[in-house]
Design a protein. Structure first.
Lengths: 481, 336
């Protein structure tokens, strides 16, 4: 528009100059002087030219106005590394379509039990489309399915209401706000499989949650009242109904979050606690697995929860530049009872054994982004340069190491025969695991991971034959948006 | 402690609250969705009505205004703009709201006197001082080299009145609808810019200095002369023009929901009061009240006016023939 105005001014100036000079030029060249008709004609030409430019300017102005007006009514369609989205012009309504595909390979060199050869396998670990967004500004929603293993599972289905930063509510099913590593998104995991503390905490559960931040984001809280899920399990895996409910509370602080220059800016530490009662069918407790997903401990088939179930979990992380460390400890104290099959039904009888068993797990992992990008909790490093073979750029590379342990209450193996609650001849009492990993972030959407997992097992009964160590290599190619 | 008196106390407290509520003055907000050239008129009228309503009821009323091309404004109301009242350029636009949004009854025009048109207007020509192109009547508009400014009939009520006035002039002069169509087609060939509303066209002609003649609402033409000076513009009144009856209506659906039905109705009724009529005349609308009309008669040049019903059989028919998709305007303009 500015250039058009300049053009108009220049044209007018040029024409006026021509008019002014015409008599002089005429005299100098001794050609006939410009008549008043000539001057009138030139003036008319200037007027027409000026009008044409004004019309052009105005039409562009109107076109811009129309485009601006249309922009306020046209939904914004976006496609980028974060996924594909549709947003209303006032941003009160939105839909984001996301997906995560994880294609894994598992290779077992040595198994805990020399008699069992865990098969090497390629598996689709997760195939998860999800839909999320906003409705009427303050309300949100999310639906996430898992299509892996040739079945459809509804993992997340919830509605949220945001009143303020300090108070939001969530209704429906999603992760229980308990375990630090569980709350890391599936797409941002440091290692291919989460570690042992997540086996003692709840996974996805249904109910109501409240959450928010205080002190300009330095303190966050989550509180939930949920159906209750077994250790490491989603609510669905409980085969019987649980009349008792779980109350979960989690506080997490970033004391130095707003201190830009502080070395401790990336420090976060918190505490989670859950309490509830659980009375579900025998066999409902999920087995414990190694980091390579091989079972190493399972309660006996007649054991069932019957009473209180409390958990505690102190947790922390620290991130500084490309370096990160995350650690958590979980203790799960659960009242269990043995049952006897009477008339085809597992029944608590006068001879049933009852115990409060305390299982414990911890994990510490450290990571370092070799290419210098920032490491952060629940966020993959964003490659400074995407992988491009022709251009010689290689994305971001990260190395990681993890120590972790899970120990089952020794009381689980006590009692006559092979043990009241677990078979001390076949089940390990403790696992110590050592993990090494390399992650290659080709870009923000594609990641390749390679892990080496070494696990050592401790027998509950020293007189039984030693369990073998387990060595496995896990690999993953992940695409997510 | 004796609690038997609690129900009576509660009832008394509730009654006191209710009485307090009814005794306290309330603040009411109305939205008047109107067309382009009424801004200045309603700005003054709203203040007058607020004073009137305060004196009558002790309530404060604030009237917000929204202006744009009449057709565009009607579309906004259909799409959900929460107008308590609409004061648009032509009945067809309010018919559209009744039909598509079902926000008021189809016989809305019978609710207020004079077919719900509290003032009328017409279409005149605004030309530059000295009338350099010598424009005196519609026939002069189709001469080569005459640049005409008029808004888009698809979005502007005023533009529709312009279009139909030109059509009727040509039909009477040339004898047939076909000839009239050719005349109007020629006229639109001389239109270099199509704004979406009358106020936009005023900007194009007056402020951007484009065109030789602006087909304008009468009141808008007077306003331009008043604001920018008689040394810059002149008003030319053609031999024949159209009686424009800009109607008003309460949008029942919105007013009922907002609890403003009573004040919205009073707001429009007040347009017919001596004060409302006087303000209409002051802002160069033609009042329907004989006393006010007589007071302001001298400012309007006498012109032969025809009505939409006489010439085109009403707005519905005119819309269908000329402005609906595929109508004569589309045929003419797309061809141009």
């Amino acid at each position: 528009m500015k250039s058009l105005r300049s053009l108009r001014a220049a044209a007018s100036a040029a024409a006026l100059t021509t008019l002014a000079l015409a008599p002089l030029v005429g005299r100098a060249q001794t050609t006939p002087a410009a008549t008043s008709d000539d001057i009138s004609a030139l003036r008319e030409q200037i007027r027409q030219l000026d009008q044409k430019l004004r019309v052009l300017e105005r039409n562009i102005e109107l076109k811009d106005e129309a485009a601006t007006a249309a922009a306020t009514k046209t939904p914004v369609v976006n496609a980028d590394a974060k996924g594909f989205s549709l947003t209303s012009p006032d941003k009160k309504y939105s839909l984001r379509i996301r997906a995560n595909i994880q294609a894994d390979g598992r290779y077992y060199f040595e198994d805990r039990d020399a008699g069992i050869d865990t098969p090497d396998a390629f598996v689709l670990r997760r195939v998860r489309p999800s839909f999320e967004g906003a409705v009427a500004e303050k309300y949100g929603y999310r639906l996430m399915f898992d299509l892996a293993n040739n079945q459809v599972q509804l993992l997340d289905a919830y509605a949220t209401y945001k009143h303020s930063d300090a108070f939001s509510a969530l209704f429906g099913k999603t992760k229980s706000p308990f375990d630090l590593e569980r709350l890391v998104s599936q797409t941002n995991l440091l290692f291919i499989e989460r570690s042992f503390p997540t086996l003692l905490g709840p996974n996805r559960d249904t109910g109501v949650q409240f959450y928010g931040d205080f002190l300009t984001g330095r303190l966050s809280y989550q509180a939930a009242y949920l159906n209750g899920a077994s250790d490491g399990a989603n609510i669905e895996t409980e085969s019987g109904g649980n009349d008792g409910k779980d109350t979960v509370v989690r506080l997490f602080a970033h004391p130095f979050k707003n201190d830009q220059d502080s070395f401790l800016k990336g420090l976060g530490l918190g505490f989670a606690y859950s309490t509830g009662t659980r009375e579900v069918s025998a066999g409902a407790i999920r087995p414990y697995t190694s980091n390579a997903l091989v079972n190493f401990f399972q309660y006996g088939g007649t054991v069932r929860p019957d009473g209180s179930h409390d958990r505690v979990s102190p947790q922390l992380y620290y991130y500084q530049g490309p370096f990160g460390v995350m650690a958590s400890y979980t203790e799960s104290i659960q009242e269990l009872v043995t049952t006897t099959v009477v008339g085809g039904v597992n029944t608590i009888t006068p001879t049933s054994k009852r115990a409060d068993l305390t299982n414990r797990a911890w994990a510490v992992n450290v990571n370092y982004v070799l290419t210098g990008e920032d490491a952060a909790y629940n966020t993959n490093p964003k490659p400074a340069q995407d992988f491009n073979f022709e251009a010689g750029t290689w994305g971001a590379w990260e190395v990681a190491a993890r120590l972790s342990q899970l120990s089952v209450d020794e009381a689980a193996f006590a009692g006559a025969g092979t043990g009241d609650f677990a078979n001390r001849n076949t089940q390990a009492q403790r696992i110590d695991a050592y993990s090494l990993g390399v992650n290659w972030y080709l870009n923000r959407n594609v990641k390749a991971s390679l892990n080496f997992e070494h696990s050592e097992f401790q027998e509950a009964d020293a007189s039984t034959a030693d369990f073998e160590n387990e060595n496995a290599v896990l690999s993953r190619v992940q695409l997510s948006f | 402690m004796n609690f038997s008196h609690l129900p009576r106390l509660a009832a008394a407290a509730l009654a006191a609250l209710a009485l307090a509520g009814s005794a306290a003055a309330t603040s009411i907000e109305l939205l008047n969705v109107s067309y382009d050239p009424t801004r200045e008129f309603y700005f003054e009228y709203n203040a007058a009505f607020a004073t009137h309503w305060k004196a009558k009821t002790s309530d404060d009323v604030v009237v917000k205004q929204s202006h744009g091309g009449s057709g565009k404004q009607a579309r906004s109301v259909i799409d959900g703009l929460r107008a308590d009242v609409v004061t648009l350029a032509l009945a067809d636009d309010i018919d559209a709201i009744a039909k598509h949004a079902r926000a008021l009854p189809v016989d809305w025009q019978t609710r207020f006197p004079h077919n719900s048109a509290p003032y009328t207007s017409t279409i005149v020509f605004l030309v530059r001082k000295g009338n350099p192109k010598g424009i005196k009547d519609w026939a002069d508009l189709v001469k080569p080299g005459v640049a005409i400014i008029t808004p888009n009939p698809k979005t502007s009520g005023g533009a529709r009145w312009n279009y139909l006035a030109a059509w009727e002039f040509a039909k009477r002069k040339l004898g047939s609808d076909e000839a009239a169509k050719a005349f109007v087609a020629k006229l639109y060939k001389n239109v270099p810019v199509l704004d979406s509303g009358a106020r936009g066209s005023t900007t194009t002609f007056v402020q951007r200095g484009i065109g030789d003649v602006f087909l304008s609402w009468e009141n808008e033409a007077f306003l331009a002369v008043k604001e920018f000076g008689a040394n810059k513009f002149e008003i030319v009144v053609p031999s024949l023009s159209i009686l424009a009856e800009p109607p008003v209506a309460v949008v029942d659906k919105v007013a009922k929901r907002k609890g403003t039905a009573e004040v919205a109705k009073a707001y429009l009724e007040y347009l017919y009061s001596p004060k409302g009529q006087d303000l209409a005349g002051k802002h160069f609308y033609r009042p329907v009240d004989p006393a006010a009309a007589a007071k302001y008669a001298s400012q309007f040049t006498k012109v032969e006016l025809f009505t939409i019903d006489q010439a085109f059989g009403g707005w519905s028919k005119a819309h269908q023939t000329h402005f609906a998709d595929g109508g004569t305007f589309d045929q003419i303009y797309l061809k141009n």
